[in-house]
Design a protein around this ligand. Structure first.
Ligand SMILES: NC(=O)c1ccc[n+]([C@@H]2O[C@H](COP(=O)([O-])OP(=O)(O)OC[C@H]3O[C@@H](n4cnc5c(N)ncnc54)[C@H](OP(=O)(O)O)[C@@H]3O)[C@@H](O)[C@H]2O)c1
Length: 283
């Protein structure tokens, strides 16, 4: 699997397996097991997905050496503080039954981000986390964090898909040394993405599916991609993207699909911030 080198030298597989909205413990365990069997070596979970234990069981069942895997989890909003990270990071490790995490992210740009970041820097220095980063941070907040702390975030995990391409934001993150990582590369199927005529036409020409065209489009931009599916045939489809390339014409056509806004919601919307703050998950 192709990797991307982060600003601290750690290498991350460019394609990861997402586990959001897989909640039934048996289904989670099976999906993670199948994904690893299919060839995924990078798994993305979060405290708020409430599935870390089952993800851990899937990892253990797959029996692949720990050092071959790249595991990410994320600190939920209620734990975004110095003490919150210290306490809840250990709980995540225990649930996943792992001795260290490859990538720990602050899931949302709310609460005591600076305090949380200090605790993450310390855990990284102590060898408990290989890479630290953020998620859903607007570029100004990401750069603020990078400029006023010792560690520059290794990653900002944000929504990136053909309808929300984030071109300027990605360039600004890269300039700061922060790697972009795409969540919802398929926009979770919104806006009829799998039936999009432009993507279908490119797929037909390359003998690939719409999903494969999207993953390939991200990989070619050196953007780390997280793809989620509970179906083994789709897991295999989504990873089978390293034997074709897009032409300049294809990329120009995909560039035209950009609507320049989220397919979900804005992280700057006051009602969203209040909703996230109210989600007390005790994780
Ligand atoms: N940091 C954050 O705030 C954040 C937010 C959202 C997501 N994420 C991470 O990013 C990962 C990916 O995002 P996502 O899960 O939201 O959405 P996504 O990967 O864009 O889309 C997943 C949806 O697409 C379907 N799908 C997958 N492959 C397909 C294919 N080849 N053909 C047709 N349909 C296909 C899946 O259905 P089936 O499962 O039925 O196949 C599922 O409904 C998450 O799982 C999570 O790890 C992070």
């Amino acid at each position: 699997m192709q990797t991307v080198k982060l600003n601290n030298g750690v290498e991350i597989p460019i394609l990861g397996f997402g586990t959001y909205q897989i909640t039934d413990p048996k289904e989670v365990e099976q999906a993670v097991f199948e994904a690893i069997q299919t060839g995924y070596r990078h798994i993305d979970t979060a405290q708020s997905y409430m599935n870390e234990e089952a993800v851990g069981r899937g990892i253990s069942k797959a029996g692949v050496p720990r050092e071959e895997l790249f595991i990410t989890t994320k600190i939920w909003v209620e734990n975004t503080s110095y003490e919150g990270v210290q306490r809840s990071f250990q709980r995540s490790l225990d649930r996943l039954e792992l001795g260290y995490i490859d990538l720990l992210l602050l899931h949302q740009p709310y609460n005591d981000v600076y305090g949380a970041w200090k605790a993450m820097e310390e855990l990284q220095k102590a060898g408990k986390i290989r890479a630290i980063g953020i998620s859903n941070f607007a570029v100004d907040r990401a750069i603020d964090l990078a400029e006023f702390n010792e560690a520059v975030p290794q990653i900002n995990q944000i929504e990136i898909n053909p309808f929300n391409q984030q071109v300027k934001n990605i360039a600004a993150l890269r300039e700061e040394g922060i790697m972009p990582e795409a969540w919802a590369p398929f926009a979770e199927g919104k806006n009829n993405i799998f039936q999009n005529e432009t993507l279908k036409k490119i797929g037909k020409k390359c003998n690939k599916s719409v999903a494969q065209v999207i993953v390939r489009w991200l990989v070619e931009q050196n953007i780390i991609v997280l793809a989620k599916s509970v179906k083994p045939e789709r897991m295999a489809e989504n990873i089978d993207v390293f034997d074709f390339s897009l032409t300049d014409e294809d990329k120009t056509a995909i560039a035209r699909l950009n609507e320049g806004e989220s397919q979900f919601f804005s992280h700057a919307d006051p009602s969203i911030i209040k909703w996230m703050a109210s989600r007390k998950l005790d994780v």
